[in-house]
Structures are given as structure tokens and as C-alpha cells.
Design a protein around this ligand. Structure first.
Ligand code: CO8
Length: 258
């Protein structure tokens, strides 16, 4: 069905693998189109978490495809940038949480893809960077937007202006990733995290994601009001009733997402 992405269902968790090994999983238009159609058809009622990774042990995504960008004009550059940015925004706003399991190079568009995910964990051989200015461009898949939000203005500017890649331990230190694990444990760690998320009340997890994303750009008073509305809505769900009843009766609950 797809040429460049592989999908694997693991009960309530979906694993998406970007696979273009000849170019270290660099993103060309075809891969972006496949990711777009995958996201459009993703069933957020069936799956409670999505894990995104890259094929092989060397690279998550080594950026946007430089061979495709080399001859673009201004209009085509904007179109290509917009294509990637809008796909990444779909990852960011997917109703269920998305975990990036970064298994190697996350450069340029690869770092930008990881940043559009909710949570990033990486293998100890991972490298992160925004090398675009060394190619005569700037990050164009929303890297100038998200990097400063994640690691602060000063560090984002340093990374983008120098184009230098950083290793996994430095990415952890500056808060770009949540955890670093040995390569052999990356997918099992991502899966464990995904299963922990999937075991919780799915409507509540979705509401929490929407709140955090939406409130980030609001003023404090509006954000508190927004959360209050979403909090109240939780009491219309069966999951809230079952979850609290199970707690009070010292029973285990299985959430149905209702
Ligand atoms: N695009 C196209 N091909 C790539 C890319 C890429 N981003 N990265 C690697 N490849 C290809 C190489 O050309 C090579 O192909 P071949 O075997 O045919 O020569 C193959 O993958 C293997 O790569 P290397 O031989 O270079 O492997 P190394 O282990 O020596 O080096 C690196 C690995 C360090 C990852 C190196 O390949 C590299 O520096 N790659 C480019 C990284 C980069 O600059 N990424 C950012 C690209 S720009 C970007 O992402 C902008 C996003 C916003 C776009 C907005 C559009 C307007």
C-alpha cells in the first residue's frame, strides 16, 4: 500500500516506520504524501498511541531530501516547505499522543519531525541538529518555530546559527529529548511508554493533549478557563465513572473510551 512507510499494529499502539534506507530516510515529496495519507486515515478511536521511528540502526530521518530541493525556485521552495510543515502539524495535532523513537540521525527535517511529536526518546547513537544554514536555507518544516519553544531561545539560536549536531546526552541535557536508552532497548522502551499511555482513559488522554497544545499559546486566565471546561466535560464520560468507582472499590479498571 505504501512504498516508504511501514505500519505495524500492536494492539492499541500503532508503530510507523519511515523507510528510505538509501538516503538515510530523508523525506522527499512522495514520503510526505504517504505520511499525509497515513495521518488522514489514522483511526484515533482504535489506536491510543502512535510511535514514529526510522528504518535501520543509523538514521531516524536525515532531513528533507536535498536532491529534491537543490533546483527549487522561491515558489517551489515555499510549496515544499508548506508540504512538510502541514504534515508535521498533523502529527502535532493528532488527537492521540505521538512518541518519536529516534534511532540515529535526526537532522534538519528529521529533528523537526521529532519536535512535532509529543514525546521524544532516543538511542544512545542519536544525533540532533538543524544544519540548514550550511546549505543556504533555514529550517523550513517549522524548526524555527518549535526548537525555541522546546529548548529556549538561546540554545535554539545557537543550534540553528551554527548548524552543529549534538549527541544524545546533550539533547537530554537541554530538554530536547525525554530519555536516552541503548539502541537495542529503544523500541521496547517506546512500546512500554505507549502501553502506559494506552492503559489510561483514552478520552481523558486526548483531552489532556488538546488542552496542553491549545493552552500553550493562550494568556494564563484564558488557559485556566479552557482547562476548566475540558475538565468538566470529563464527567460526562463512562470512563470517569468507571475509573473512580474502581479506585474506591480497590479494583482494576479497563477503560473503554466512552
Ligand atoms: N537528502 C538526500 N540524501 C541524503 C540526505 C538528505 N538529507 N542525507 C543523506 N543522504 C544520502 C547521501 O547522499 C548518501 O547517498 P549516496 O549513498 O547515494 O551517496 C546516503 O544518504 C548515505 O549518506 P552518507 O554517505 O552521507 O552517510 P554518512 O554516514 O557519511 O553521513 C549524514 C550521514 C551525516 C547524515 C550525512 O548524510 C548528511 O550530512 N546528510 C545531510 C543532513 C542534512 O543536512 N539534513 C538537512 C537537510 S535540509 C532540511 O532538512 C530542511 C528541512 C526544511 C525544508 C524546507 C524546504 C524548503
Amino acid at each position: 500500500m505504501y512504498n516508504y512507510i511501514k505500519i505495524e499494529e500492536k494492539q492499541a499502539v500503532m508503530v510507523l516506520t519511515i523507510s528510505a534506507p538509501k538516503s538515510l530516510n530523508a523525506l522527499n515529496s512522495e514520503i510526505l504524501a504517504e505520511l499525509n495519507s497515513f495521518l488522514d486515515s489514522f483511526d484515533c478511536n482504535k489506536y491510543r498511541c502512535l510511535i514514529v521511528t526510522g528504518d535501520g540502526e543509523k538514521s531516524f530521518v536525515a532531513g528533507a531530501d536535498i536532491s529534491e530541493m537543490a533546483t527549487l525556485n522561491v515558489q517551489q521552495g515555499q510549496t515544499f516547505g508548506n508540504r512538510g510543515a502541514s504534515v508535521f502539524r498533523k502529527f502535532e495535532t493528532l488527537p492521540v499522543p505521538v512518541i518519536a523513537a529516534v534511532n540515529g540521525f535526526a537532522l534538519g527535517g528529521g529533528c523537526e519531525l521529532a519536535m512535532a511529536c509529543d514525546i521524544r526518546i532516543c538511542s544512545d547513537n542519536a544525533k540532533f541538529g538543524q544544519p540548514e544554514v550550511g546549505l543556504g536555507i533555514i529550517p523550513g518544516f517549522s524548526g524555527t518555530v518549535r526548537l525555541a519553544r522546546l529548548v529556549g531561545m538561546g540554545m535554539a539560536k545557537q543550534l540553528i546559527y551554527t548548524g552543529k549536531a549534538i549527541k544524545a546526552d546533550e539533547a537530554l541535557r537541554i530538554g530536547l529529548v525525554n530519555a536516552v536508552v541503548p539502541q537495542a532497548e529503544l523500541m521496547s522502551t517506546a512500546m512500554e511508554l505507549a502501553n502506559q499511555i494506552a492503559a489510561n482513559a483514552p478520552l481523558a488522554v486526548k483531552a489532556a493533549k488538546l488542552c496542553i497544545n491549545t493552552e500553550y499559546d493562550m494568556c494564563m486566565d484564558d488557559a485556566i478557563l479552557y482547562e476548566n471546561g475540558a475538565f468538566g466535560n470529563c464527567f460526562a464520560t463512562q470512563d470517569q465513572k468507571n475509573g473512580m468507582k474502581a479506585f474506591l472499590n480497590k479494583e482494576k479498571v479497563v477503560f473503554e473510551g466512552k
